[in-house]
Design a protein around this ligand. Structure first.
Ligand code: ZN
Length: 181
């Protein structure tokens, strides 16, 4: 295999790489030496998640090139070793995690349509007041946090759509946990 093929082909399996999207994992992760070893030797291009560092940044998803054979090898290894290292979120957890990370508050049940309009014209104090009226008993900091989520909700829904179409997910099936690509 030629050096110039490294961007398009798996160095281990020599298969052509596929394009996909993965969610960026923020936080400090320290993988075991056993995982790092397996990653290097058995599934170097599984790319089921990417690390974003410990500070949460604006980026939500990341475009990757991955190898199908690597993903299968990674999943096989994870199953054998009962390890979730480097694996993506469960499909049903993914949206909740994404929404929470960007400030969604479950205490805010009702968002009147005018809140979006007020936010659009940058009348944020009025937007908080309307939100507070619709959600009595919810504290101002909670409402403000939820508004930060609302400001990005369209972008988040787009990310969710992209992940549904092209992102890897784990799912619970009758034979235990399986990988949905
Ligand atoms: Zn591979």
């Amino acid at each position: 295999m030629l050096l110039e093929d490294l961007a398009t082909h798996c160095p281990l399996h020599h298969d052509a790489l596929n394009d996909g999207y993965v969610i960026i994992s923020y936080g400090l992760y320290r993988h075991s030496a056993a995982f790092m070893d397996a990653h290097r030797n058995l599934f170097p291009k599984s790319r089921l998640t990417v690390m974003g560092g410990c500070m949460v940044q604006d980026e939500i998803i990341y475009r990757v090139r991955y190898c199908n054979a690597c993903r299968n090898a990674h999943f096989q290894w994870a199953t054998q070793h009962h390890s979730f290292a480097g694996l993506p979120h469960m499909a049903e957890d993914f949206e909740r995690i994404l929404h929470m990370r960007f400030g969604m508050r479950t205490s805010v049940h009702t968002v009147p349509p005018e809140v979006h309009e007020l936010m659009r014209v940058r009348k944020l104090v009025n937007a908080v007041k309307v939100l507070q009226g619709a959600n009595p008993g919810v504290e101002i900091p909670e409402l403000r946090a939820h508004m930060r989520y609302l400001a990005r909700s369209e972008e988040l829904e787009q990310a969710v759509q992209m992940m549904r179409q092209g992102g890897p997910h784990l799912a619970c099936g009758e034979h235990g946990i399986t990988l949905l690509s």
